[in-house]
Design a protein around this ligand. Structure first.
Ligand code: PDD
Length: 281
């Protein structure tokens, strides 16, 4: 495995950034996870657009032109002889003496791009049985639309899920509405056949897979409604599922130990999963 680190290709075990990198000290950086399918980067354009938006919200400059970034992404896939898996990209504000305020002008942001192979059969098998989720109070900051590497609440939520035998955690806001998963967007299919997901705003990440599923749903003539839903609604739903680059569309069959949709994956999630790559770029 090789990893791109600030202009150089390094063997995975020797791929390093400095201890005073602001990503390490402050979580002062952003990231993207892009699916690779059959050697192709899925939705590279939209991932790049979201990266640029996250960077501009935090006033971190991209340390190379977008065209050069694209070359790095494709080279990462090629040099790792990747067929299926994910590419991880991270940009931090760079290395500087520890000081909360921005570092001196001219500090070069750190860029790291790595890849990991994932056997698509694993996700496919999980999708046939579905996953369990647990719900937790929303404890994140007010700008989770920025894909920042500072992910402590997500880390703790994911671990809490794991300790309860679940694969994902859904954050629930003060009004009882699900915001999103610790690393995915949340969806339900209601008894009246509405496909429901929370509208974008500062309280969720605008998932690229979420956009793809919206397009697939329209093509499939499903009634798409962007509105918040409660945990009770999800428990009464016909189906529930999550979306993320690393999981595509993953059925949810248990919430806090209660079965959803009879405890088995439903047809809408299966159809959207099957249609996914036809609607991705
Ligand atoms: N997570 N919401 C959160 C909080 C996420 O971390 C993610 C993605 C999503 C879905 O976004 P997309 O469809 O663009 O992957 C929603 C990535 C996969 C991760 O952190 O590994």
């Amino acid at each position: 495995r090789v990893v791109y680190v600030n202009g150089q290709w390094r063997p995975h075990r020797a791929a390093m950034v400095h201890v005073e990198d602001r990503g390490y000290q402050f979580g002062d950086g952003v990231y993207e996870v892009c699916e690779v399918q059959g050697g192709r980067l899925v939705d590279e354009r939209r991932h790049t657009e979201r990266l640029l938006r996250s960077l501009s919200e935090l006033r971190i400059p991209l340390p190379l032109p977008v065209s050069a970034l694209s070359v790095v992404l494709h080279e990462t896939v090629r040099r790792n002889r990747m067929s299926d898996g994910i590419v991880y990209l991270q940009v931090t504000r760079g290395v500087a003496r520890r000081d909360h305020g921005f570092p001196p002008a001219g500090t070069r942001p750190s860029l790291v791009v790595s890849a990991r192979r994932i056997d698509p059969a694993i996700g496919a098998a999980t999708a046939r049985t579905g996953i369990a989720v647990v719900t937790l109070p929303e404890t994140r900051w007010a700008r989770v639309d920025i894909k920042a590497v500072a992910l402590l609440p997500n880390v703790l939520a994911k671990q809490a899920a794991r300790e309860q035998g679940a694969r994902e955690a859904w954050f629930v806001d003060r009004d009882g509405f699900v915001t999103e998963g610790a690393s995915s967007n949340a969806w339900i299919v209601t008894a009246t056949d509405e496909l429901v997901t929370r509208p974008v705003g500062p309280d969720i990440l605008r998932g690229i897979s979420r956009e793809v599923v919206k397009d697939a749903a329209r093509a499939g003539r499903l009634t798409l409604v962007e509105r918040p839903f409660t945990v009770a609604e999800a428990l009464a739903a016909r189906e529930a599922f999550v979306t993320a680059a690393s999981q595509i569309v993953m059925p949810v069959v248990r919430i806090d130990g209660h079965a959803v949709g009879g405890g088995v994956p439903g047809p809408v999630a299966a159809a959207l999963r099957a249609a996914f790559h036809r609607h991705a770029e």
